[in-house]
Design a protein around this ligand. Structure first.
Ligand code: 6PG
Length: 254
């Protein structure tokens, strides 16, 4: 247990109060994140490190670095459990699948025990798939109720969409109102697939939330979320721990 949680108590961080770190470019951003994850893994001193991975394209560079010779042999993969923050309801072999992206960029290159990788199941019935994943999380957590000071995840990596979504918490979808379930699903109006996603309560049960955002195209939405607190889904992200915006200069400016 990081003493940071005890200091923060239940204050925690929001998307607006989180720390901001701007790295020179996407490569430096990936290097910072990889070294940070290695540090957190080492800090756990043999206890499992639970990471919820983000989908989308931005984190691929990080995953490729973690799977590279520079990191793959240094990470205690037998103590790291990889979860997913969200998933598209397509087969894991589909190029639109977040699992497919993580498998190609990371899993295919590391020696991680099969039991340590927790893909979101894909079923025709997304509600059933979400129930299955939630049950898996609850079994690992050891309770069906999230408790303050006992975070479900050590690290939750999140991306940021141009419409202010994060994970698969899209504007105007009912999952934004979910206060009890840990996993739910949505049918975003402007996304081709049904989606499964961690909910706000599950994401909040974390030691660290790291928004990983890069590119000039995201600079405006970051300002609107952080500084103007506009009612985007990503603006409502909270954690009982620390929230960090890990940006490249193109997205984060000076
Ligand atoms: O499944 C997904 O697509 C992600 O979880 C989603 O929330 C993503 O992080 C943002 O859409 C940003 O995507 P890019 O990194 O591709 O800009």
């Amino acid at each position: 247990m990081s003493d940071k949680i005890e200091k923060n108590g239940d204050k925690g961080h929001t998307a607006q109060t989180g720390y901001v770190l701007v790295l020179s470019d996407a490569t430096a951003q990936a290097e910072y994140l990889a070294s940070s994850i290695l540090h957190h893994a080492e800090e756990k001193q043999g206890e499992p490190l639970r990471i919820a991975l983000s989908g989308g394209s931005t984190p691929k560079r990080l995953y490729e670095l973690l799977g590279s010779s520079e990191y793959s042999d240094r990470m205690p993969w037998d103590k790291i459990h990889l979860f997913f923050g969200d998933e598209r309801m397509v087969p894991h072999t589909d190029s639109d699948s977040n699992f497919h992206m993580v498998k190609e960029s990371l899993l295919a290159h590391i020696d991680i025990p099969f039991r340590n990788v927790h893909p979101m199941p894909v079923l025709d019935d997304p509600a059933k798939a979400a129930e299955i994943y939630q049950a898996e999380l609850q079994a690992i957590y050891g309770s069906k109720t999230l408790e303050k000071g006992k975070p479900l995840f050590d690290i939750v990596l999140l991306g940021l969409g141009g419409d202010g979504h994060t994970a698969s918490l899209f504007p105007g979808t009912p999952v934004l109102q979910e206060k009890d379930k840990w996993v739910s699903w949505s049918q975003p109006s402007d996304a081709p697939h049904k989606r499964m996603t961690l909910t706000y309560p599950a994401i909040a049960s974390s030691r660290f939330v790291m928004f990983v955002v890069s590119g000039e195209s995201k600079a405006q939405i970051i300002r609107e979320v952080r500084d103007e607190d506009k009612p985007y889904p990503s603006a409502a992200i909270k954690t009982e721990g620390e929230l960090h915006w890990i940006l490249d200069r193109a997205a984060g400016g000076e």
